[in-house]
Design a protein around this ligand. Structure first.
Ligand code: NAD
Ligand code: UDX
Length: 485
């Protein structure tokens, strides 16, 4: 009888959970165990209410769970039994010590690697699924080979390119799957084993095989290129506002060039999410460590531009409202870092809300997927100031959060009696709100600050709103109230 292939994934997060669920769905003959040290997370994966919101995920999990997909806290048992171990633990930015504010914190990765070495009794393929610095595979090989008791480990790099909100779609039809391995016969054999797993549903010409370092670096490079496009279009949005050009028209015209392409050119209040900033900082650090300060400086600008865009938005809001928002109710529509996710990691809403709270605004926040607890936690947390590692950006004070903040479950409730509305996430439902009803219940003059360019500004102006759209020609009111960036 052919032995059933067993996969174990360490880390049941935004990547580990959906990725393994799709592997289980597409490869019914493979047994997949997703393990985590977090008991609540695993309990949620085993419940009706999955720990993350991702369109299509429920169906996939329900189809496979208990058949060939298992979620467990018995980390060591499943690692010991597995032929392939994916490591999909978090790799946040270091907040202290050498490289603080830039380098990736590999504490979780290293402890997972040591545990694999400790509990393994048979040869294994260990797959880097987390995003890690170039050459991490070498470090992991050292840990495994020094503790291996003669067991053979092959390390592969298989970075994940899914985006939140479209994770299932991205996993079903990836632009590419990238597998990096050692250029030895054993390395090639391991690459083939993993390639055969993906080949169940990914066309062969979309599975790219490279050396280990190319695969590791390609992940950082891809995120840096994507974020760079957003910072580029956001830089243009500032110039558009100054000159009367329209950023949507500019990005359409630019994106029509097939060498440039049309995707990822939407101006916004800034990019968020757990990956872009962290991975670029990591890239900057690697460049510095390799004696390439000019290259480091180049990529750092992508983050500086993103910070500038968020500050520029807050300044625009305050300047337009007679230079003060003190005691004025401002409705915040959307808190997640993008639509179709409840994830708030590095969401631009945190910085915008903190900026407005700092100016003493009274905020009423509505997001269809983010809980009140999460919003209060995000706004009261110290945020690490990556550019000044010795400092922490001030959290909003507990009094400000208590007195100035309310979280509601309806856009109309949020905007009732408000002076202004700030749209910070592009949720579809915000496109079709009854803006006339909203206007009727707001203070006058009533403002809409659209940080995602999703509303029909002309229609809203005809209702009576003063409308600011990122990178669009300013109306007379906004021109008269210039914001200093
Ligand atoms: P996450 O924080 O959602 O999940 C990581 C999980 O790993 C947590 O549940 C944590 O409890 C668990 N964990 C940590 N150490 C462990 C250990 N020693 N044993 C068992 N479990 C352990 O993180 P995520 O968003 O899934 O990201 C994971 C990795 O994938 C990161 O390196 C990230 O950069 C990368 N990535 C993320 C995305 C994304 O969209 N979120 C996309 C591509 C790549
Ligand atoms: C990103 C990468 O896209 C993905 O390949 C990688 O695996 C993880 O990091 P994610 O952060 O989940 O995915 O979402 P993404 O769609 O890339 O959006 C990131 C941020 O950029 C969001 O805040 C989004 O609103 C913003 N964005 C995106 C823009 O402001 N303009 C755009 O044109 C596109």
């Amino acid at each position: 009888m052919v032995k059933k292939l067993k996969i174990c994934c360490i880390g049941a997060g935004y990547v580990g959970g959906p990725t393994m669920a799709v592997i289980a769905l597409k490869c019914p003959e493979i047994e997949v165990a997703v393990v985590d040290i977090s008991v609540p997370r695993i309990n949620a994966w085993n419940s009706e209410q999955l720990p993350i919101y991702e369109p299509g995920l429920d169906d996939v999990v329900k189809h496979c769970r208990g058949k060939n997909l298992f979620f467990s806290t018995e980390v060591e048992k499943h690692v010991c039994e597995a032929d392939i171990v994916f490591v999909s633990v978090n790799t946040p930015t270091k907040t202290r010590g050498l490289g603080a504010g830039k380098a990736a914190d590999l504490t979780y990765w290293e402890s997972a690697a040591r545990m694999i070495a400790d509990v393994s009794k048979s040869s294994k393929i260990v797959v880097e699924k987390s995003t890690v610095p170039v050459k991490t595979a070498e470090a992991i090989e050292k840990i495994l080979s020094h503790n291996s008791k003669g067991i053979n480990f092959q390390i592969l790099s298989n970075p994940e390119f899914l985006a939140e909100g479209t994770a299932i779609e991205d996993l079903f039809k990836p632009d590419r799957v990238l597998i990096g391995g050692r250029e030895t016969p054993e390395g090639a054999k391991a690459v083939k084993t993993l390639k055969d797993v993906y080949a169940h549903w990914v066309p062969e010409d979309r599975i790219i095989c490279t050396n280990l370092w190319s695969a590791e670096l390609s992940k950082l490079a891809a995120n840096a290129f994507l974020a760079q496009r957003i910072s580029s279009v956001n830089a243009m949005s500032a110039l558009c506002e100054a000159t009367g050009a329209d950023v949507t028209e500019v990005s359409h015209a630019v994106g029509k060039d097939t060498r440039i392409g049309s995707k990822f050119l939407n101006a916004s209040v800034g990019f968020g999410g757990s990956c872009f900033q962290k991975d670029i900082l990591n890239l900057v650090y690697i460049c510095e460590c390799n004696g390439l300060p000019e290259v480091a400086h180049y990529w750092k600008q992508v983050i500086l531009m993103n910070d500038y865009q968020k500050t520029r938005f807050v300044n625009r809001v305050v300047a337009s409202m007679f230079n003060t928002v003190a005691n004025k109710k401002v409705a915040i529509l959307g808190f997640a870092f993008k639509k179709d996710t409840g994830d708030t990691r590095e969401t631009p809403a945190i910085d915008v809300c903190k900026g407005l709270l700092g100016d003493k605004a009274k905020l009423s926040i509505y997001d269809p997927q983010v809980s009140e607890d999460q919003i209060r936690k995000d706004l009261s947390m110290n945020k690490f100031d990556w550019d000044h590692p010795a400092h922490l950006q001030q959290p909003s004070s507990p009094t400000a959060i208590k007195k100035q903040l309310s979280v509601v479950w309806d856009a109309y409730e949020a905007t009732k009696d408000a002076h202004a509305v700030c749209i910070l996430t592009e949720w579809d439902e915000f496109r079709n709100l009854d803006y006339q009803k909203m206007f009727d219940n707001m203070q006058k003059p009533a403002f809409v600050f659209d940080g995602r360019n999703i509303v029909d500004a002309e229609k809203l102006r005809s209702i009576g709103f003063i409308v600011y759209s990122i990178g669009k020609p300013l109306d007379a009111w906004l021109k008269d109230m210039p914001a200093v960036a």
